[in-house]
Design a protein around this ligand. Structure first.
Ligand code: TYD
Length: 203
């Protein structure tokens, strides 16, 4: 494979089930002959993983949250995402800037324009080629989370928080044009994989 790699992101509220598809999706791409790197946000570098620990566990203001998310993102872009894409590797990222729009914007209440200013500063030239938004009713997502491990600072939020996060995701998807594919997370794993399998042939 030659040329620039594709940048694919997975998004959704906690409990929507995106993470169970990422490794499978990466294997699908590898079988098609692509070189693939799987990574996540916040995280993906030593520094960004340290920032992740703080973000998920320490009390802080919403502005600090947003700035730390972008600080982690800057390091991740410099050291991992951009070099991989430039060398032809496909990057599959569990969350990216759409998460900041949804969680710090929709969830916490930071003005969209302020997050977009940070977005233009950190990656004016780069957006995902494809974003899969796993969409699920927050009450069902809360049920799914209850059966998983202990809640971090975001997962411990009330349902109203996730209602706002979901709305912000859907608004972002509606205003971002062709890169988004919204997937109904109530579908079976098999049906979701079929959707991904067909869609990946389109970009
Ligand atoms: P998540 O990616 O869901 O990981 P896990 O499956 O291990 O719980 O958790 C990351 C959390 O960080 C998630 O609740 C969303 C939040 N987050 C933000 O609030 N802003 C951001 O910019 C990013 C990338 C994540």
């Amino acid at each position: 494979m030659t040329g620039r790699g594709r940048f694919v992101t997975f998004e959704g509220i906690d409990g929507a089930g995106k993470s169970s598809h990422i490794e499978w999706f990466a294997d699908l791409l590898r079988k098609q002959g692509h070189r693939v790197s799987v990574t996540r946000e916040p995280g993906g570098t030593e520094l960004a993983e340290a920032i992740r620990e703080w973000l998920l566990s320490r009390p802080m203001s919403m502005r600090t949250e947003a700035l730390l998310a972008f600080a982690a993102r800057q390091d991740h872009l410099e050291r991992v995402i951009r070099p991989a894409l430039d060398s032809g590797v496909w990057v599959i990222c569990d969350r990216f800037t759409d998460s900041t729009i949804a969680y710090q914007g929709g969830g916490r209440g930071i003005a969209l324009a302020d997050i977009e200013t940070l977005e233009r500063w950190v990656h004016p030239d780069l957006q995902p080629d494809r974003t899969y938004l796993f969409d699920l009713d927050p009450s069902i997502a809360a049920e799914r989370r209850r059966s998983a491990r202990a809640a971090d600072r975001f997962e411990a939020e009330q349902q109203a928080f996730f209602v706002r996060v979901r709305e912000a995701y859907l608004a972002r998807a509606a205003s971002s044009g062709a890169r988004f594919r919204t997937i109904d997370s109530e579908k079976s794993i098999e049906d979701i994989r079929k959707i991904l399998e067909v869609d990946v042939l389109n970009y």
